[in-house]
Design a protein around this ligand. Structure first.
Ligand SMILES: Nc1ncnc2c1ncn2[C@@H]1O[C@H](COP(=O)(O)O)[C@@H](O)[C@H]1O
Ligand SMILES: O=P(O)(O)OC[C@H]1O[C@H](OP(=O)(O)OP(=O)(O)O)[C@H](O)[C@@H]1O
Ligand SMILES: [Mg+2]
Ligand SMILES: [Mg+2]
Length: 310
């Protein structure tokens, strides 16, 4: 088995390598003066089972192109099997036509990844489970839920707890976490009047006097989360915290969370947000390296991956 990574999240790749007690193969990735990328793998890959770690986070197009070019290089180097390990799958929110003459870019990206030579995909908390079906190659979609459950049990009193989905897309995810914790769920009826704007219409469930944990897949502008937190407080929630898998954290999201009434936000390291989190007063990172590392070990040894979530 060989582990390799692009430039998108080297700290996570290193942590996965540490978990597996395996080295990261050397790869040189250069950008020419005109912006084009060049990749050279510095060791023999012939006949190897290769796991290439690269989230397609911001800058999404550069990181995606890096992933595609690395896979092309691996194929031409006669790797036996290539697993694209994509802890954060960018473009996932374009998972359906949102209007006339608009694309389904998540499907296009899935086609590009398979076309560049991926034999398998390993990813985490896809924005919508159905995106798994956009790939015509085996795709394992891991859930951060068990890691979050453990962290919640360590840091929060689970009595009187309510798990809150901040929109309709997060309901299945929230229900799964609530079931593991033996908690109730509430659902926010969110509308997006325009892309990038989130509005709370209503809350389904009585949150008065309850401690709430909002659970979601992505925090980008922070609008969905901060609006949900404010609405929960308005309706009598005693404390609001959040666990969100992918910390996209665009623009002033971290400041916005700092100014909110939220006690704490926990994101995973699926995206390298280290720079953004320096000095953040109420945002903390939780590593998914053990989860991804264990899934890689199981795939390499033909063991069950779904057993990780029993
Ligand atoms: N990367 C994106 N950043 C911001 N907004 C996006 C991105 N990709 C798609 N969108 C827009 O988000 C909504 C999602 O629609 P839902 O009905 O809330 O699932 C849509 O307006 C996309 O154009
Ligand atoms: O931080 P923000 O900029 O608000 O963006 C993050 C939100 O956007 C996505 O939901 P989406 O609007 O696609 O709704 P859905 O989950 O119901 O599909 C995502 O699942 C988050 O809930
Ligand atoms: Mg969506
Ligand atoms: Mg959502």
């Amino acid at each position: 088995m060989k582990l390799m990574c692009g430039t998108a999240n080297k700290p996570l790749a290193k942590a996965i390598a540490d978990y597996l007690d395996a080295p990261l193969s050397n790869v040189e990735i250069e950008t020419f003066a005109d912006g084009e990328l060049f990749v050279r793998i510095d060791e023999n890959m012939r006949g190897e089972d290769v796991f290439l770690i690269q989230p397609t986070s911001k800058p999404a197009n550069d990181h995606l192109m890096e992933l595609l070019i690395c896979m092309d290089a691996l194929n031409r180097a006669s790797a036996r099997r290539i697993t694209a390990v994509i802890p954060y799958f960018g473009y996932a929110r374009q998972d359906r036509k949102t209007g006339g003459r608009t694309p389904i870019t998540a499907k296009l990206v899935a086609n590009l990844i398979a076309g560049a030579g991926a034999d398998r995909v390993l990813t985490l908390d896809l924005h919508a489970g159905q995106i798994q079906g956009f790939f015509d190659i085996p795709t394992d979609n891991l859930f951060a839920t068990p890691a979050m459950e453990t962290d919640i049990r360590m840091n929060y009193d689970t009595d009187n707890l309510m798990i809150v989905s901040p929109d309709v897309g997060g309901v299945v995810r929230a229900r799964a976490l609530a079931k593991r914790l033996g908690a109730d769920i509430a659902i926010v009826d969110k509308r997006r009047p325009h892309p990038g704007e989130a509005e709370v219409m209503n809350i389904i469930g009585d949150v008065d006097g309850r401690r709430c944990i909002i659970f979601d897949d992505i925090i980008d502008s922070g609008g969905t989360l901060c609006n949900a937190a404010a609405a929960l407080k308005e309706r009598g929630a005693t404390e609001v915290s959040a666990y969100i898998t992918h910390g996209v954290l665009s623009g002033k999201a971290v400041e916005r969370i700092g100014e909110s009434e939220m006690a704490e936000l926990v994101v995973t390291d699926s995206i390298d947000s280290n720079d953004k989190l320096v000095g953040a007063k109420n945002v903390r990172a939780l590593s998914v390296a053990p989860l991804l590392g264990e899934a890689i070990r199981r795939i390499a040894n033909d063991e069950s991956v779904s057993k990780l979530f029993d």
